[in-house]
Design a protein around this ligand. Structure first.
Ligand code: NAD
Length: 519
């Protein structure tokens, strides 16, 4: 496969280049501080979604390579976990600066592999950078607790300690942000880290690894392997790996949660979504329609927090024609083109899947108010583009409602009252995010209290919490018991040791053995 790969490289990643200097742009593994060429016989071609040209090929790491990566993590853990917390903090202080300095370069690498617009790709890096910045307060975040004098001369205190080797399995849609939710949090706590980026967008993770090395992370503290199911199974099964962070689809997330947990590992699994935006008739119309259109179609709908479902309540139903007009005005183009509002989908398969879900809606009785299936983008005729699409008259039984579409498609339902809207949202199995648009405080309060969704926006369409909070998707969108980043992220990547110590004066020594339970 690899020898058949002869495509000219359309884009080079500049001074942080991780590719070989030959004409074959292979993606390396990152093992024990070195970017190494895989010896694998199995390689995957990775395409630019706007052109479908091959831009790199990525290996499925061999068992020996994956073992070498995890062994490197295990060796590095011995010294990294004993490295002073101030020294670990310094690495991440330097790291956040390097990411800031290279944000445009990272964004370019994202756009060429993932397809999103350059501005959106910068947002992807920025939201990950914020997590790195937050790790720099680790000296406060890792504080334990103390309780002096629990009895005479006796004190109890706790330490938060790292777990060992941790692993992350990432999706394609946020090539920077999601890996940055994972390894910086794990490593700053004193763990070492094995990352498996999405095989569809490997380059950004490699650039981030190089920057981390430049920031002073010792060899072996981060290792990167590439691959698909075999790499995932390896991570779920290897006894040295103590915890797994997963973000991606429900199919993979449920599987990894079960397989990893069975093997005694901590697993946090952030999965799919169907996020509802409830539009009340008293909402600020201009603001609401713009928010809705931006959150439904931005990143071509390939965000787990995309507002992919609108519920128009009462008189807000009459806003539908204006919603369609605004969606129609969005510009679909290659992500690196100035003025592009949304780029292509990740693959031809994703495009076909989205188009068939639109068709299923039509066949089940939905009204196709805007059809983006036949869009042609000048100069990018081979790209995986779908334009903004709106399906009206959607009912909860339709496949376009029951499945996560993960494309630029907004499905619109109607409700007579707020109670009916809440009931619809709560019957949906997913619980990642939701938003209500209203100018009435009591309506907003009722919604936030009664809706069973982990992340709620009030006039905020994509309520992804900042890193001092945690990413709290719930129900069918999450498996595990501690969420990503923030205080919960620190809990996930640490274990507690509780020490009970007695220091008493010599003359207060026990006179005989204490054989009863201490009270
Ligand atoms: P995906 O599940 O296809 O891939 C994610 C990772 O799992 C990849 O590294 C992949 O190699 C691996 N994988 C894929 N299929 C697998 C399988 N059957 N068994 C084992 N491993 C497998 O997800 P994706 O298409 O890359 O990402 C899109 C999905 O991720 C959407 O469902 C989206 O909602 C979800 N997502 C969720 C969040 C969140 O925080 N809740 C954030 C981003 C994306």
């Amino acid at each position: 496969l690899r020898s058949a790969f002869r495509t000219k490289v359309p884009f080079r990643v500049g001074r942080l280049c991780c590719y070989s200097s030959s004409s074959v742009p292979t993606t390396k593994l990152f093992i024990d501080g070195k970017f190494v060429e895989s010896k694998s016989s199995e390689w995957l071609d990775i395409h630019n979604p706007a052109t479908n040209e091959v831009i790199t090929c990525v290996p499925k790491a061999t068992q020996e390579e994956m073992l070498a990566a995890v062994d490197s993590c295990s060796r590095a853990f011995r010294s990294w976990s004993e490295t002073s917390i101030l020294a670990r903090q310094q690495v991440f202080l330097r790291y956040q600066q390097l990411i800031k300095d290279n944000i445009k370069e990272l964004a370019k690498a994202i756009t060429v592999e993932q397809g999103k617009t350059l501005a959106d790709a910068e947002g992807d890096v920025f939201r990950g950078l914020q997590v790195v910045e937050h790790t720099c307060s680790i000296t406060s975040l890792m504080l334990g607790e103390t309780l002096p004098s629990i009895t005479k001369d006796m004190d109890t205190y706790t330490y938060r300690l790292p777990l060992g080797v941790c692993a992350g399995i990432a999706p394609f849609n946020f090539p920077a942000m999601i890996p940055l939710w994972m390894f910086p949090m794990g490593m700053v706590c004193g763990n070492t880290y094995l990352l498996k980026p999405s095989e569809r967008v490997p380059t950004c993770a490699m650039l981030l690894a190089k920057m981390l090395q430049d920031a002073g992370a010792p060899d072996g503290t981060l290792n990167i392997i590439h691959g698909q199911h075999d790499a995932v199974n390896f991570i779920c099964d290897h006894p040295a790996i103590k915890a797994i962070s997963f973000v991606g689809s429900n199919q993979a997330g449920e599987y990894i949660y079960e397989r990893g947990s069975k093997n005694g590992k901590r697993v946090q699994s952030n999965m799919g979504a169907k996020n509802h935006g409830v539009v009340m008739p008293d909402a600020n119309k201009e603001n609401t329609l713009n928010q809705l259109v931006g959150a439904a179609f931005g990143a071509a709908g390939q965000r787990c927090m995309a507002l992919s479902t609108a519920i128009l309540v009462g008189e807000a139903r009459s806003w539908l024609p204006e919603l369609v007009e605004r969606a129609k005005a969005l510009r679909v183009d290659a992500g690196d083109q100035p003025g592009a509002d949304l780029g292509p989908l990740i693959s031809p398969q994703a495009r076909n899947r989205v188009c068939s879900l639109i068709q299923s809606g039509v066949e089940e009785g939905a009204k196709l108010l805007l059809d983006g299936r036949n869009i042609k983008v000048k100069g990018y005729e081979n790209g995986n583009f779908v334009g903004p699409t709106i399906l009206g008259n959607v009912t909860p039984q339709m496949k376009c409602y029951t499945e996560e579409i993960f494309g630029p498609v907004l499905v619109v339902l109607e409700a007579d009252s707020l109670d009916n809207a809440i009931s619809l949202v709560n019957k949906n199995p997913y619980g990642n995010g939701t938003a209500i648009f209203t100018t009435n405080g009591a309506t907003a309060r009722k919604y936030t209290h009664e809706v069973d969704v982990g992340q709620v926006g009030v006039n905020v369409p994509i309520p992804v919490p900042l890193p001092m909070f945690s990413f709290t998707g719930s129900r069918g969108s999450f498996r595990g018991d501690t969420n990503f980043y923030g205080k919960q992220g620190i809990q996930f990547y640490t274990q507690i040791k509780t020490v009970t110590a007695q220091w008493k004066a010599e003359d207060a020594s026990l006179k005989s053995p204490a054989v009863t339970m201490p009270t």
